[in-house]
Ligand binder design. Structure first.
Ligand code: FAD
Length: 401
């Protein structure tokens, strides 16, 4: 492989992981991003749930859980290898609480059955012990009425504890960006917006990559990991993206408190609701879907809305608080104790269409993401943060042949 030139487009968790894996296999890698640093976009600003499939409890086929499990169970192993260090102290340590809303698209009885089936899938998986905690005996437990009362408001009709964990994505973004910078066989081409990837002499030959600033170079292989910006470049490469798909841009709130807070990580299931993530007692993620969804569309690419700052950011936090507090009263104490509050967002790309309050919407499934091959051009739909390091390893192994 030594010396083969490869362009990796996009320096999020997918592109950065692929770049490191390929450099370690002897490729000469150029990692291109429009941002001025790797890991500055969606992969820095999300919740970091390492999915076991429970969130997709409206998918009666369980196809999502089956698709997600192999990568999520190996997230910790792959992430440690990428950054050359441990994740301790930066992942949640307690089970997540799923609070079922009275308007959930899947009622508690259906969720009880599906969660049981997903736990069974996890228990049967050979890598179950390698998740962030050993889940080879995965079970969900139901909250008692008094536990439910203590945690939630009147709209919540049931609650389940599930053995899922999450990682502090801002911490991991800094570590992964550092690991990329430390790879001598990765050249960073930052501040460059990619506008095209075109075959020079047939799709199996060399490829030309062009940028908006006049950047123009040739490579033996191209990996497109541009996430929200992926489809227009696929079109220049000769692919025809198959509808339906939906781009969404979601803003969320990242809080650091002055003192330690004991509010458990919880989400309101299943539909257009919200969640709270408590990474380590002081770093929190808060979201309320209808407030945070600031752009949505089925075009090839959605423009990123401006990130709110100042009074606009304050008003945004106020709206998230007003929506979340009735279902999770404990978030008031977290916000009142805030030392810093940051509002930021990211893209979600999903195959499927519709709205989350429709039980039949394709957005309730995530079982079709992965790699599309076109000669020496590879387009990667990351799908989920939780499976990206695993998928990057699979792709690097394939390219190294
Ligand atoms: C609010 C929110 C919560 C989420 N929660 C979870 C969760 O709990 N668990 C989970 O598994 N997933 C979650 N996700 C999804 C997850 O964040 C994404 O699947 C993942 O981060 C995508 O990684 P990526 O590397 O493909 O994309 P990115 O991190 O966006 O990287 C793509 C890069 O491409 C660059 N780029 C784009 N277009 C161009 C161009 N034309 N030229 C040059 N550069 C370009 C961007 O600047 C960016 O750096 C969430 C997403 C959001 C928005």
């Amino acid at each position: 492989m030594s010396g083969r030139r490869i362009a990796v487009l996009g320096a999020g968790i997918m592109g950065s992981s692929v770049a490191i894996e390929l450099a370690r296999r002897g490729f000469d890698v150029t990692l291109i991003d429009r941002e001025v640093a790797p890991m500055a976009a969606t992969s820095r600003w999300n919740e970091g749930k390492i999915h076991l499939g429970y969130l997709y409890g409206a998918d009666a086929t369980l196809a999502t859980a089956r698709h997600i499990l192999p990568g999520s169970l190996l997230f910790a192993d792959r992430a440690r290898e990428l950054i050359g260090g441990d994740l301790d102290g930066h992942t949640t340590t307690a089970d997540d609480v799923y609070l079922v809303h009275r308007e959930s698209v899947a009622p508690p009885d259906a969720l009880r059955v599906r969660f049981g089936a997903i736990s069974e899938l996890i228990r049967q998986h050979p890598d179950a012990a390698r998740y962030l905690v050993d889940v080879s005996d995965a079970r969900t437990t139901e909250l008692s009425p008094s536990e439910l009362d203590a945690l939630s408001g009147a709209d919540i009709v049931a609650g389940f504890r599930v053995p899922e964990r999450s990682i502090d994505t801002r911490w991991f973004a800094d570590r992964l960006a550092g690991a990329v910078a430390a790879e001598s066989d990765v050249t960073l081409q930052l501040g460059t917006t990619v506008v095209a990837a075109e075959p020079r002499n047939g799709v199996d030959g060399r490829w030309r990559v062009r940028g908006a600033d006049g950047y123009d170079d040739e490579f033996d292989l191209v990996v497109n990991a541009l996430w929200g910006g992926r489809l227009p470049i696929d079109v220049t490469a000769g692919l025809s993206p198959e509808p339906p798909w939906t781009h969404r841009y979601r803003n969320c709130v990242f809080v650091r408190t002055r003192t330690e807070q004991s509010l458990p990580s919880a989400l309101v299931a299943v539909g257009p609701f919200g969640d709270v993530k408590n990474y380590n007692g002081r770093d929190f993620y808060l979201s309320w879907y209808p407030v945070g969804l600031v752009a949505e569309g089925a075009e090839l690419e959605l423009a990123a809305p401006a990130t709110p700052t100042g009074a606009e950011a304050e008003a945004f936090v106020g709206r998230v608080r007003a929506a979340l507090q009735p279902v999770m009263p404990g978030i008031g104490a977290v916000l009142d104790d805030a030392e810093s509050v940051v509002v930021h967002g990211g893209f979600v790309f999903a195959r499927g269409a519709g709205a989350l309050d429709d039980p039949h919407s394709g957005l309730h499934r995530r079982d079709r993401y992965g790699v599309e091959r076109h000669g020496a051009y590879y387009s990667v739909d990351t799908g989920k943060y939780s499976t990206a390091p695993w998928l990057a390893r699979e792709l690097a192994d394939e390219l190294a042949g």
